[in-house]
Design a protein around this ligand. Sequence first.
Ligand code: ARG
Length: 483
Amino acid sequence: MRQKTTVGEVDSSVLAYTAGRDCVLDAALVEADCFGTAAHVTMLSRLPVRPALIKPADAKRVRAELRRILLDAQEGRFSITLADQDVHLAVERRLTEKLGDLGKRVHVGRSRNDQVAVDLRLFAKTRLLDAAEAAVGLIGSLLGFARRYEQLPMVGRTHMQPAMPSSVGLWASAWAEGLLDDLTLLMAVYELNDQCPLGSAASYGVPLPIDRQMTSDLLGFSKPVHNVLHANQSRGKLESMILAALGQIMLTLSRLAQDLILFSMPEFGYFRLPAAFTTGSSIMPQKRNPDVAELLRAKAAKVLSQANLVAEIVRASPSGYNRDLQEAKEPFMDGFEVTISSLRILSPLMAGLEVREVALRQAFTPEVFATDRALELVAGGMPFRDAYHEVKAHLEDVEGMDPDAAVAAKTHLGAPMGLDLGLLADRTGEAAAWAAEERAYYEACRNTLLGLKGKKDPSRLTAPGSAVGCPAGREAERVRVCK
Ligand code: ARG
């Protein structure tokens, strides 16, 4: 059966197959699509072309209608139908319904290919900032926990076997520092994402004097993607890089979750998960199961494979746009959702984690001090290898030491008593400031262009790029933006 669509007729089974889940997934792209279209028509209306492609007063009417679409969407009053296929044609249909011929003018000088590319980059921008903020929250919880139990002795393990005296502070702040490194990677992909593909059209540009720099500035991007073909075919690869960065966060979280499961088992009993973050059993009344941490391990596997899945989707793509790219949308959006919700749930869990000092101290069997004992012999002048063999030959004679004294003796940089938690807190603060600046700038550009409330003049904001992770020099680029 043939079915009418916004751009011609097509067999209904082909339409269902090709539109796939776009009608549902694209609901998350309405804001980006309206913002992108507003920038595009504004740029068109400012071109020195006679007759004008779109008159300035008409561009204003389009922007006003785009604002209404956005507000309608927020109240669930904007739908993307199968006949639309996707958000791009749904927005164009609505503009044409409301503005007549003017609605039919907005698509000049662009293609759905660069439109979806810009939508995904704008979507990614806000979600990357959500992820960064959620990571900052969890790092804060971990550092708070590390500070509370900074000097509390905890057996350090290698191969899961008791190894050397350590502390709860060292354990907790190691995960915090790991997440800070993951954030550095996140900022790097943010920067790659922060380039505007709009105006590249189908992949080869258009025979019109469009101003891609202006569109990029209006949308608050740091710069346009230069090559129009690259602008299109970086889609998919970019999503895969972003998912890989999210995957690194999940990798850290999954291993932390594994520790939490292990150390809260009764056999260890170092920690007790807050009751609110455990679940019971339908048959065994005593159960307090670590479902959150278990699911986290599985969700980490998902995000890591989503990065791989998207790379596989584009692996054999020839140059230019290929529809395969559409299939990357779902894992991309899901990867964000999973990572952000995982960061958000672990933060209160860590804040409420109970510590069982008795169990932590009981784990200090004499063997844990074997290396410390050998180093005592070294301090008396014995070569290390001789001291090692001496202790090894009489392991049963190694006496227990005071765990607190053993921890207190490790004072060098990064060791249990040489931890600079303030340094890690400063790095966290810088990441938080970076995310806040980037978000304020994005929102100011969006609100200015669409005439939304909370309008701030973007040119008055601190230029993003002045904080960590971003090269200096972007500041100059930012100043003339969004006027
Ligand atoms: N939904 C499509 C996608 O995600 C939009 C672009 C369609 N372009 C095309 N040439 N059919 O890729």
